[in-house]
Design a protein around this ligand. Structure first.
Ligand code: XMP
Length: 511
């Protein structure tokens, strides 16, 4: 299968490059440049951006197979740090110039590069760099400059090397899609033949081969990711898959009954419900730190599966619905160079002595790809489009210490908020909506008496792949209805607020 390889130098956007390439129906993988690779089907190589400076002592280097890439005339695209690395290694000069460029930057194309076919001469791009190219390597021509005169593009057509200072993978870059498709089709001559159907077929075959007759246990959370992952494995090995749904006491209201019913009936899969409320809540007793909460929950999950799996001595594998954004934000990319944001339950919380092998069929997919795959697999629409729910559940929405009374208030408030959105036709319009209970109380007045109740924050965001998100512009009357219903029905709540922070700088969840 033909593919385009990406070397990750630590940019938060690296996986987005893979994503944009796949949108063009070309298979793309993020790989490490530290070892030899079979390059026979490689149509192109992309060197990503990253936070390093080429002059730093331990700055990441060109891949070990770079000379072979050049010998084989495989086209190369260097983005940001990738551009600096190529310049530095081929005899040009990179310097920290006074003017750093961050965010939206205007560019001008000054040379008719194939990479810029169908791109306007002047366009705005997304930049994020402190270093710049101050002298080009021999044989290269400058193709674009930024408004402040800094080199924004260069190329050497003989060597098949194309470089840009801006990020074409980010939606804020105008014509970014053209730049990527020009590279794929006009420079690398890729054919547009890869699709998710092929991806899933390949996964099914791989899983069948790897697992043989063993029993497989799925860590089924009821969310979109774990259900799609389970359905793939179910297609591969049928009855040998046992889905374990752990009730850790921090599920959304009624979920412990609804989820098994939906998945058993709609999808005909083996299901076991574990009532583990007590052990989770007692281990979390008195814990306030978000990372500690996440670690405890992640670890306890695995313990639950391990002890469950003892009933199935042939079970050697555990399915998890880990997706790309979980991996990136837990700094688990192929090189591990991306900065760690939080320990996602599916990745960061795994104890080292776990004695089951993981099956993660969605590890390289983004949320919307997972949803498309769910539809391809025949999972009912309303399940595929459920709002994402984090593995640690309401624990990361119950700020500060987790107590049973706080959880009960949160469950009810969350239920009411989503119920109101559904009634007004807004549930499917937003990407994810939920309530958070804060560890602060505030003063109010109810029936002439002073009240001192909990504060509930409502959070609703619009997003495509959870990497970035904006708060949803829900009409005021809907927020008003949610606020009234919550305060009327839950006497312990004294105040309702709406979170109007995007990601970044906030994350979607509060912890
Ligand atoms: P953040 O809060 O990191 O969330 O902006 C991004 C998306 O991931 C979900 N999320 C998780 N999903 N395990 C999961 O399976 C986790 O530990 C976890 N933490 C956050 C979150 O709900 C949002 O959709």
């Amino acid at each position: 299968m033909e593919k385009v390889l990406i070397i990750d130098y630590g940019s938060q956007y690296t996986q987005l490059i893979a994503r944009r390439i796949r949108e063009n129906h070309v298979y793309s993988e993020v790989v490490s440049g530290d070892g030899k690779l079979d390059l026979s089907n490689v149509k192109g190589l992309i060197l990503s951006g990253g936070p390093s400076s080429v002059y730093e002592e331990d700055a990441p280097k060109l891949p070990v197979f770079f000379d072979e890439i050049l010998e084989r005339k495989i086209p190369v695209l260097g983005i940001c740090y990738g551009l600096h690395l190529i310049t530095f290694n081929l005899g040009g000069e990179v310097k920290k110039v006074e003017q750093s460029e961050y965010g939206k930057t205007d560019l001008e194309i000054i040379f008719p590069s194939v990479l810029f076919d169908s791109v306007d001469r002047n366009f705005s791009s997304w930049m994020s760099h402190g270093d710049s190219v101050t002298s080009l390597p021999d044989g290269f021509v400058k193709t674009a400059v930024s408004k402040s005169g800094i080199l924004a593009g260069m190329e050497n057509v003989q060597k098949n090397i194309y470089c840009i200072q801006f990020h074409p993978e980010v939606k804020h870059t105008q014509f970014g899609e053209n730049v990527i498709s020009n590279f794929l089709f006009k420079i690398c001559s890729c054919s547009s033949s890869w699709n998710l159907e092929d991806y899933v077929e390949e996964q099914i075959l791989k899983i069948r081969e790897r697992v043989g007759d063993s029993t497989v246990i799925s860590a089924f959370s009821g969310g979109v990711d774990s259900s799609v992952a389970s359905v793939i494995v179910h297609k591969a090995i049928g009855k040998n898959l046992i889905n374990v749904f752990v009730d850790h006491g921090m599920l959304r209201k009624n979920e412990e009954e609804e989820v098994p019913a939906i998945f058993q009936q709609a999808l005909g899969m083996n299901f076991k419900l574990l009532d583990s409320k007590e052990v989770f809540l007692s281990r979390l007793n008195g814990i306030e730190d978000p990372e500690t909460k996440r670690k405890i929950i992640g670890e306890q999950f695995i313990r639950e599966f391990e002890s469950f799996s003892k009933q199935y001595p042939t079970a050697k594998f555990l399915v998890q619905g880990t997706i790309y954004s979980d991996v990136i934000e837990s700094a688990g990319t192929t090189t591990g160079k991306t900065a760690k944001i939080k320990s996602h339950h599916n990745v960061g919380g795994l104890p080292e002595n776990m004695n089951m092998e993981l099956i993660e069929p969605l590890r390289t997919l983004f949320k919307d790809e997972v949803r498309q795959l769910g539809e391809i697999l025949g999972i009912p629409h309303h399940i595929v489009h459920r709002h994402p729910f984090p593995g640690p559940g309401l624990a990361v929405r119950c700020l500060g210490e987790i107590t049973v009374p706080k959880l009960a208030v949160l469950k009810e408030a969350d239920y009411i908020f989503r119920e109101v959105l559904r009634e007004y036709g807004w549930e499917e319009k937003v990407w994810q909506a939920f309530a958070v209970i804060l560890p602060v109380r505030s003063v109010g007045v109810i029936g002439d008496r002073r009240s001192y109740g909990y504060t509930i924050a409502l959070r609703s965001v619009d997003s495509v792949e959870a990497m970035t998100a904006d708060w949803s512009r829900i009409p005021h009357e809907i927020l008003d209805e949610a606020s009234r219903r919550i305060t009327n029905k839950i006497s312990e709540v004294g105040r309702v607020v709406y979170d109007i922070t995007s990601k970044p700088p906030a994350t979607i969840e509060w912890e």
